[in-house]
Design a protein around this ligand. Structure first.
Ligand SMILES: Cc1cc2nc3c(=O)[nH]c(=O)nc-3n(C[C@H](O)[C@H](O)[C@H](O)COP(=O)(O)OP(=O)(O)OC[C@H]3O[C@@H](n4cnc5c(N)ncnc54)[C@H](O)[C@@H]3O)c2cc1C
Length: 681
């Protein structure tokens, strides 16, 4: 018996409980037993059990699986299930998979139903499966030592721009006869380029052109008995090292291998493994960085100058996890969209791990958007007309908005499912609740000195601290170290207003975004945000700013204020957003300014490079996550994944262009290009 699936996934049909692709005219996995097939073909023929038994369970140790064709995620779950049997305390599994036609959680859940052994893992995956939206999607799982990077793209193009080293390949996807565009020369070149030395592969097919292409790029290939009735499959090992353009070992030569060598990841100058990391600052950026590194098995010390965590900008009572959706594919829009998609998946896991229930300082139950700004309305309507936009945002009439808000709203708007409101201090507390993290409050870092073995000695208000690596995440003070004095940080004053909740106003369930934002009642008050004054430096809460917030609220949502007896502020808070000139944060390694000037001072030229340039020189094991501007809730968690990539390797969570757009050396390079004066170190 056959039946169609989700109307948006019109290429899939169910044949009993086996999914079938109408596009490729092929089943997703063996009708006999998909899980047993995964284990036989991919796990056994990459010798994963034996390799993982021999893996050192040490901080920073990672194993990376690359896959073509995520499909129903069955191979991923089979690998994750096996990985868990080793009970690693430190080692970390990266799984990077390309999928051009992503499926939905409902489809995956149904496909996994027959395999009770992996039921618990399937549930975790389905809960935070990314929407079928194009691009990179990173997912980490609470209490699990596994990280999934899904590339919603054609496999050849996804892997050809990826900078990573894969240890074992699962070459899956529909049969070469039914899906010839997958099994192409560019794909196999990309596979070889992304392979670690001695990488292995396994595939269900033994088609002669596949074997030939694998041999052409340097794999030896052997045939084996296939699963069940299948006669043959093949597997093998890479005998020639791949030549990825951003391959750290290839870069040991110091020769330029990319159009932007100044942003390339350099091979470590010494091979001392990173075990102990110090993070400076316990706001959202520092807490998120600590969490991402602790999850990967590192011991993390967090230094916070104030008496408590989240005391500076992240001390804001409530903020929204939010993104401005736009069809303009600027670096800024691309970064924040990817960060937003990551945050939506990650935040529930962060709270779950810390045992903080929904409602207790956070709720991700969707945001209502009211169109009170003609430009934003136009921008969002254009976005809503693009394919797959409906997974992120849906148009709502004024009546529909009013119904969801519980009071009359005169303007139309939109619904952003999955996002919501949160108290940033609760987010920080949740992120820091990990046995590998120690927080030293009332401890200010004053200066940093590099050690001979690639580590750092920090002079702090409480004495000296040693670390193998340091992450500078102390907001406005991030440029106070000699090594980071070049960072251009901007301050923008913001004041939020609190309104006492009434029985009627407490019925509001969703945060509402307009030119400002209104949150549901939490601890007896609503938060209204926020003023935006780049030129002001006054630190006291002032009544004029409360009036400004209430005036914006009244203009967009008069129906809300009409139901409140009191329309006067009952409190508020001032903080300063810390931003950069291009509104993107600084995320990545700390450049050595004098070396950048010496290496690139001939102006670099525009367009074509003037000559061959060396790779940019950064301080060993010194990283920055700062200037998250107005969007730290959305941006910090994703930035932390990017820091983990720069520090430890593994698949990047974001495309190379965006990685470069965030690089802390970007203004040095821009200044050198313009031949303008560059700050001396
Ligand atoms: C009014 C307002 C409303 C906002 N609303 C939203 C919103 O709705 N959504 C959103 O996503 N974002 C929002 N933001 C932005 C968000 O709050 C910030 O982007 C985020 O809090 C920045 O976090 P951070 O960790 O980079 O900086 P901070 O929170 O400032 O953290 C830096 C920490 O470093 C510590 N520190 C400083 N120097 C040292 C030192 N030498 N040694 C040790 N520790 C040190 C500080 O004490 C501080 O705790 C808002 C911001 C404001 C001001």
């Amino acid at each position: 018996m056959t039946e169609p699936s989700d109307p948006k996934i019109d290429f899939l049909q169910w044949q009993e409980d086996t999914p079938y692709s109408l596009r490729s005219q092929d089943i997703y996995y063996s009708r006999q037993n998909g899980l047993a097939e995964s284990r036989h073909v991919f796990l056994d023929h990459n010798q994963l059990a034996a390799r993982w038994a021999a893996l050192k369970d040490e901080p920073g140790v990672q194993f990376t699986i690359g896959e073509t064709g995520f499909g129903t995620g069955l191979n991923f779950l089979a690998a994750w299930h096996l990985w868990n049997q080793f009970g690693f305390k430190c080692a970390y599994l990266n799984y990077v998979s390309a999928e051009k036609n992503p499926l939905t959680p409902d489809v995956l859940a149904r496909a996994h139903r027959a395999f009770s052994e992996i039921g618990a893992l399937s549930e975790q995956l389905c809960q935070i499966l990314p929407p079928p939206y194009p691009g990179f999607h990173r997912r980490v799982f609470a209490n699990e030592r596994v990280c999934l990077t899904l590339l919603h793209d054609d496999a050849a193009s996804a892997f050809s721009t990826l900078s990573t080293k894969v240890d074992a390949w699962f070459l899956d996807g529909f049969a070469p006869s039914r899906n010839p565009e997958l099994w192409s020369v560019p794909l196999f070149r990309a596979v070889a380029d992304c392979s670690a030395p001695n990488a292995t592969f396994a595939t269900f097919t033994s088609a002669s052109q596949v074997r030939q292409l694998l041999q052409d790029v340097g794999f030896n290939v052997a045939k084996h008995k296939g699963y069940a009735h299948k006669r043959e499959m093949c597997s093998g090992t890479l005998t020639l090292a791949g030549q990825n353009t951003e391959n750290p070992s290839a870069n040991k030569t110091g020769l330029p291998v990319s159009a932007a060598p100044w942003f390339i990841k350099r091979a470590p100058d010494c091979d001392t493994p990173i075990r102990n990391v110090t993070v400076i600052g316990a706001g959202l950026a520092g807490s998120a960085a600590a969490s991402a590194l602790a999850l990967r098995g590192l011991n993390v010390t967090v230094l916070e100058a104030e008496q408590d965590i989240a005391s500076a900008t992240s001390g804001n009572p409530i903020g929204l996890s939010f993104v401005r959706l736009s069809t303009h594919t600027s670096a800024q829009n691309r970064y924040y969209l990817q960060a937003y998609l990551y945050a939506l998946g990650a935040l529930t896991g962060v709270f779950a791990r810390a045992g903080i229930a929904e409602g207790d300082g956070w709720r991700l139950n969707g945001i209502l958007r009211v169109f009170d700004d003609a430009d934003e309305k136009r921008e969002l309507e254009a976005f809503m007309a693009t394919p797959q936009a409906s997974y992120l945002v849906q148009a709502l009439s004024a009546e529909q908005l009013s119904e969801r808000a519980g009071f009359p709203i005169a303007l139309p708007g939109a619904w952003q499912p999955g996002s919501g409101w949160m108290n940033p201090a609760t987010v920080c507390r949740a992120l820091l609740a990990h046995p590998n993290i120690r927080v030293h409050k009332a401890t200010a870092a004053h200066c940093l000195a590099a050690t001979d073995v690639g580590g750092w000695t920090l002079t702090t208000s409480q004495g000296l601290i040693s670390a193998d690596a340091v992450v500078i995440a102390n907001g406005h003070s991030a440029s106070e170290f000699q090594q980071t004095a070049h960072l251009d940080l901007r301050r923008v004053r913001g004041q939020v207003t609190k309104l006492a909740a009434t029985p009627a106003s407490s019925k509001l369930q969703h945060a509402i975004n307009y030119r400002g934002y209104l949150t549901p009642a939490w601890q007896g008050t609503h938060t209204i945000g926020a003023t935006y004054h780049p030129k002001r430096a006054d630190t006291e809460v002032c009544s004029a700013d409360h009036e400004e917030n209430i005036a914006h609220l009244n203009s967009a949502l008069p129906g809300f204020l009409a139901q409140n007896e009191s329309q006067a502020a009952c409190g508020g808070r001032v903080a300063f957003r810390c931003g950069s000139p291009d509104y993107l944060p600084y995320v990545g390694p700390a450049p050595i300014v004098a070396r950048y000037i010496a290496d690139y001072q001939d102006g670099l030229g525009k367009g074509q490079l003037k000559r061959l340039y060396p790779i940019g020189t950064c301080y060993p094991n010194l990283y920055i996550s700062a200037a998250h501007g107005s969007r730290g809730i959305t941006s910090s968690l994703f930035a932390a994944e990017i820091i983990a990539y720069w520090m430890l390797g593994g698949p990047p969570p974001v495309d190379t262009e965006t990685l470069h757009a965030l690089h802390p050396a970007r203004f040095l390079i821009r200044n050198l290009r313009r031949r303008s004066t560059t700050p001396a170190e």
